[in-house]
Design a protein around this ligand. Structure first.
Ligand code: F6R
Length: 253
């Protein structure tokens, strides 16, 4: 089902697989329309199914990434890029090594830099220099974070170092041997950086995301729910499965 709410487009798909396919179609259309598209990419478990669909389309010869450029949302800090928990590693294993994107055209914030402020500014300048990415892919944390912009008294502006909240550390501990191994900090694109994207797509799946999705789309625009800033974006599309859309649909129906 497709809904429109205050200028935002919302697709509600039956399950994770259908949501992944619908989201992949948007990403693939972007690259087919503009061969040198600049993609903003996310990690986490939610987009994995979408990336698998994108890889399948590439293997069928339906899309060419040779001119595509990418900027990822975030990276743990500090972390070595060859660490298998790093987002550099995740992107290589999940997507980059399976398609013909040029490694030099892919960008992920550095978890190795000694000067986070300088590299963050360079990261933002590169994105602002492009006039924003063409299509930004987002997931959402259970607490409403996008990128690693956690709930805070004010919206984070540009890319920079952030402290992860207990809720995020605990949610992400499922990928680590123990919770103590989860880094306590990350480098993340800021909300202002994300808002420069020409188009934004946010994916969410499962019951755990239902309340925060409703708050993001229907609630107050507040830095307590960082994703609520997207209500101010002029071109945003949500891809939800039925479980993630459950609370939202009580109001939209
Ligand atoms: C990842 C990112 C995060 C995740 C969010 C949801 O690059 O920026 O905001 O999108 O933590 O993670 P999953 O998809 O694992 O529920």
């Amino acid at each position: 089902m497709k809904y429109n709410y205050r200028g935002m487009t919302i697709y509600v798909e039956k399950d994770y697989e259908a949501m992944s396919k619908a989201a992949a179609e948007m990403l693939l259309s972007q690259v087919r329309e503009k061969h040198d598209a600049v993609l903003g990419l996310a990690t986490g478990s939610t987009p994995i199914g979408m990336y698998q669909e994108v890889v399948k389309a590439y293997e069928r010869g339906e899309v060419d990434f040779s001119k595509v450029v990418s900027y990822n949302l975030d990276e743990y800090y500090p972390i070595q890029h060859d660490n298998d928990q790093s987002y550099h590693y995740f992107m290589k294993e999940t997507l980059f090594k399976h398609i013909n994107i040029k490694p030099e055209n892919t960008h992920v914030p550095s978890g190795e830099t000694k000067d986070v402020e300088k590299t963050s500014q360079e990261y933002d300048n590169a994105i602002y220099g492009l006039g924003g990415v063409d299509l930004q892919v987002l997931g959402i944390g259970n607490n409403g974070h996008i990128g690693f912009n956690e709930p805070a008294p004010v919206f984070a502006k540009g890319t920079g170092l952030v402290d992860l909240t207990e809720s995020t550390i605990s949610a992400n501990s499922r990928f680590f041997a123990s919770i103590d191994e989860v880094p306590k900090k990350a480098v993340s694109m800021g909300i202002a950086t994300i808002m420069t994207a020409k188009k934004v797509m946010l994916m969410a799946s499962g019951k755990a995301k239902a309340e925060i999705i409703a708050a993001t789309i229907l609630g107050e625009i507040t830095p307590d729910v960082p994703a609520s800033a997207l209500q101010l974006h002029r071109n945003v599309t949500f891809f939800l499965d039925e479980e993630a859309a459950a609370v939202l649909l009580e109001t939209l129906k």
